[in-house]
Write a protein that binds this ligand. Structure first.
Ligand SMILES: NC(=O)c1ccc[n+]([C@@H]2O[C@H](COP(=O)([O-])OP(=O)(O)OC[C@H]3O[C@@H](n4cnc5c(N)ncnc54)[C@H](O)[C@@H]3O)[C@@H](O)[C@H]2O)c1
Length: 293
C-alpha cells in the first residue's frame, strides 16, 4: 500500500513556521481548500494576523498555537491541538520553521557557546516533529503525509552559509531515509526543496539584502512554493522520500540521492530486511495505541 492521492480538501493540517512566508502561503491554500489549519510559530507577522482575522466565521478553522519549535514539550502541545479542536489527529504535517544564519546562530561569527540554535530549529525540530506525527497517525490508524521544508541548499554547497547548508543536507538525508514508510505504514514523508524565495528570511535582514541585491530576479514568490507543496503532498505522482526542487527558471525536479544505487554491500541486503522488520515491530506496537492527551 501507499498513501496515493491525498487532496487537502476537508483535511486537518498542522504547520510550523506558518506565521510568515512560504508556510503562511501554504496555510492560506490549505484553508482555501476547506482544510482546518493549526499554525505553530513563535510569532505571527502582521500579514498573518490580518489573514487569520479574515478566516473567522468560515467553516474551516485556523488556530494559532504559539510555539517555539526548539522546545519539545511545545511541539507535543502543538500536535495535540487538532484532537482538542477538531476531534482527530491531522492528516498533513508540515515542518516549515527555519532560519538562515541569523546573527545569534551562524558559522562565521560563531556567537554560540553551548550549541547551534540553527540546528535545533532547522533539523532537530523537523526530526522530532516527524516522529511525533508518525505516532499520531498510527494511533488513529490513519494514512497521512509529513512534509519537511528543506532547501536547494540540501544539495548544493554555499560558502557564506555552511551551517544552513549542513542543516538542509541533514533534512534531505532524513526524508530519503523514511521513503519506505509510505509502503509500510501509509505515511508519506517528503521534502520541499525551494531555491531562492522572496520572504522575510531575506527582507527582514538588512545585512542579507546587501548580499542579495537583485534577489527579485532570481527568486520565486512564497505562493509559488506553497502551490508546489500542495501538489507534492497531495499527488500520487510523488511518493515517500521525494525531495522536490522548485526554483526560478527551471522545471520542478525530483532530486535523486547522489549515492543511489549504493555501493556493493550497502542497502537492500538480507540484514537490511531484518533491520526493517525490527522497526516495523516498533511501529505496529504504536498502531491503534491511544496517546496521552
Ligand atoms: N526564503 C528562501 O529563500 C528559502 C529557500 C529555501 C528554503 N527555505 C525554507 O523555507 C522555510 C520557511 O522560510 P521562509 O522563507 O518562509 O522564511 P520566513 O522567515 O518568512 O518564515 C520562517 C518562519 O519560521 C519561524 N520560526 C523561526 N524559528 C522558530 C522557532 N524556534 N519556533 C517556531 N517558529 C520559528 C519564524 O518565526 C517565521 O515565521 C524555512 O525552513 C527556510 O529554511 C527558504
Amino acid at each position: 500500500m501507499v498513501v496515493g492521492e491525498l487532496p487537502l480538501d476537508g483535511k486537518i493540517v498542522v504547520i510550523t513556521g506558518a506565521g510568515s512566508g512560504i508556510n503562511l502561503e501554504f496555510a492560506k491554500l490549505a484553508h482555501e481548500r476547506n482544510a482546518h489549519v493549526v499554525i505553530g510559530d513563535v510569532r505571527l507577522t502582521p500579514e498573518a494576523e490580518e489573514w487569520i482575522a479574515t478566516t473567522k466565521g468560515s467553516t474551516s478553522k485556523v488556530v494559532y498555537q504559539q510555539t517555539d519549535v526548539t522546545k519539545w514539550d511545545q511541539l507535543h502541545t502543538l500536535l495535540d491541538v487538532s484532537e482538542k479542536e477538531f476531534g482527530d489527529v491531522p492528516d498533513l504535517y508540515v515542518a516549515g520553521a527555519g532560519v538562515f544564519e541569523p546573527d545569534w546562530s551562524n558559522f562565521w561569527e560563531d556567537p554560540e557557546v553551548d550549541g547551534y540554535k540553527s540546528i535545533d530549529i532547522n533539523v532537530a525540530h523537523a526530526i522530532k516533529f516527524t516522529r511525533i506525527s508518525i505516532r499520531k497517525l498510527l494511533s488513529k490508524n490513519k494514512k497521512g503525509v509529513i512534509l519537511v521544508v528543506g532547501s536547494i541548499t540540501g544539495q548544493t554547497p554555499n560558502f557564506t552559509g555552511p551551517l544552513y547548508v549542513a542543516t538542509k543536507h541533514a533534512i534531505s538525508g532524513f526524508v530519503r531515509s523514511l521513503a519506505m514508510l509510505d509502503e509500510y505504514m501509509d505515511i508519506k514523508v517528503v521534502c520541499s526543496a525551494p531555491g531562492m524565495v522572496l520572504t522575510r528570511l531575506w527582507t527582514d535582514r538588512p545585512d542579507m539584502s546587501k548580499n542579495y541585491k537583485g534577489i527579485e530576479q532570481i527568486a520565486l514568490g512564497p505562493k509559488d512554493i506553497a502551490e508546489s507543496m500542495v501538489v507534492l503532498a497531495g499527488s500520487s505522482k510523488y511518493g515517500g522520500g521525494t525531495v522536490l526542487e522548485v526554483a526560478k527558471g527551471q522545471p520542478w525536479r525530483e532530486v535523486p540521492a547522489y549515492n543511489a544505487p549504493p555501493p556493493l554491500g550497502v542497502g537492500a541486503t538480507p540484514e537490511q530486511s531484518a533491520a526493517d522488520l525490527r522497526i516495523l515491530q516498533i511501529l505496529e506496537k504504536e498502531r491503534g495505541v491511544a496517546l496521552k492527551p
